[in-house]
Design a binder for this molecule. Sequence first.
Ligand SMILES: *Cc1c(COP(=O)(O)O)cnc(C)c1O
Length: 225
Amino acid sequence: MTETSGDRLQKVLSDIRKAEEEFGRKPGQTTLVAVSKTFAEEDIRPVLDAGQRVFGENRVQEAMGKWPGLRQEYEGIELHLIGPLQSNKAKEAVQTFDVIHTVDREKIAKALKTEMDKQDRHLPCFIEVNIGDEPQKAGISPRDTDAFVAFCRDEIGLNIMGLMCIPPVEDAPGPYFALLRKIAERNGLTQLSMGMSSDYATAVSFGATHVRVGSAIFGHRDYPA
Ligand SMILES: *Cc1c(COP(=O)(O)O)cnc(C)c1O
């Protein structure tokens, strides 16, 4: 029998539980964000039918096309924005998503705050840290993160839950996960969004509270996301 996305979901969930156990984390402490970018409603339904309710998308426009219908079919969906955000999409982002993982500059932080106040929807947010200081990557530099947390949380009043990162692909991720955790801890932040299909178990061992897993559940993506 061929493996279904529901089977793969169960495997990812059980890997997460095993890693929680092995590294002394409380069972169920890690939230699995199933990353459904590029996949259509008919690919997402089996994963919903298998019980998953927390999903991640990286494009506002794409999410607006797919999720309003699915929200009518299924209760309890929680949608996370994990991709870059432009300030002219802040309105749609706040309407469409429940959690934002990619706050990475003042302009976006302000635009989100304005929209959240307008819509009276005060979404939990993560600050995206460019943990390897890579020139091509989004995110705030580790050395600027303390000041940016203070700006977002204390100055403008965004609900900042934690930090998010994507480590450099060519390196072992552990030291980057450890660094993200250290920056979060010194800023009094408890949530860590880190770990993808290739390294989610490692991320759990370093204290991830949210892992963002796409291809290990949905399979190979045909189009670059
Ligand atoms: C696509 C994506 C993921 C999931 O990647 P996989 O390797 O398919 O698990 C996680 N985080 C972000 C920010 C992404 O864009």
